[in-house]
Design a protein around this ligand. Structure first.
Ligand code: SAM
Length: 200
């Protein structure tokens, strides 16, 4: 994990140039439903440089968590008028009590962390029953061979992101999450937008 923290410290200055453009439309689509919700407590898990922040409506109270100080430092100036706290922490072991949030945003974090099932279980723990988890990430389909991604994964998982995460496998570890929506987002469905609801 320390290696990931180091590599994201190095990526921080170039992250936006690589990721902001290709991800803007799909972020907007994922976050648009938040505008219709009454004032809520929302965790932006693995907030990075804050590329989600311009898409967030103003009525909510936000918490942005990330493992890497250099990424958080770039997120802070993007907060403008939002009610938001920034916290240095680990998505696999969140520093919040159970049922602290109404909704959790998980954009490009589930497939990044070494233990995606722990990350999802922690997000489910801190959200209130009836609350939602909004996921954007790259996942393998169950049974997919994806030889190139599996070949690159041993290096990629240490430096930036895992390439071998099967969403259905990590969901199986969290019995209290129901799939509300699951749609292809980018690159022929490698990236998916998924909405989950905590059932109990
Ligand atoms: C690919 S970036 C995504 C950032 C942002 N969510 C976005 O959509 O642009 C992954 C982020 O996860 C953070 N990260 C990596 N491991 C983490 C962990 N265990 N807990 C919290 N954040 C982590 C990195 O510092 C980085 O900011």
């Amino acid at each position: 994990m320390i290696l990931l923290q180091r590599s994201y410290t190095l990526f921080a200055p170039i992250y936006d140039a690589l990721i902001a453009g290709p991800s803007a439309k799909v972020r907007a689509r994922s976050l648009a439903p938040l505008a219709a919700l009454p004032a809520s407590d929302i965790l932006i898990d693995g907030i990075g440089t804050g590329l989600d922040l311009p898409h967030l409506p103003p009525q909510h109270r936000y918490t942005g968590l990330d493992l890497t100080q250099a990424m958080l430092e770039r997120a802070r100036p993007r907060a403008s008028d939002l009610d938001i706290d920034f916290i240095l922490g680990d998505s696999q072991c969140l520093p919040f009590p159970d049922a602290s949030f109404d909704h959790v945003v998980l954009h490009l974090i589930l497939a990044v962390v070494p233990e995606p099932a722990a990350c999802l279980a922690e997000a489910a723990r801190v959200v209130r029953p009836g609350g939602s988890l909004r996921i954007l990430d790259k996942f393998l389909r169950p049974g997919a061979l994806a030889p190139m991604r599996r070949l690159l994964n041993p290096l990629s998982r240490r430096l930036a992101t895992r390439l071998d995460v099967v969403f259905e496998d990590i969901l199986a570890d969290s019995a209290n999450l129901a799939v509300i929506d699951d749609r292809d987002a980018l690159l022929s469905g490698w990236f998916r937008l998924i909405e989950l609801r905590k059932t109990h």
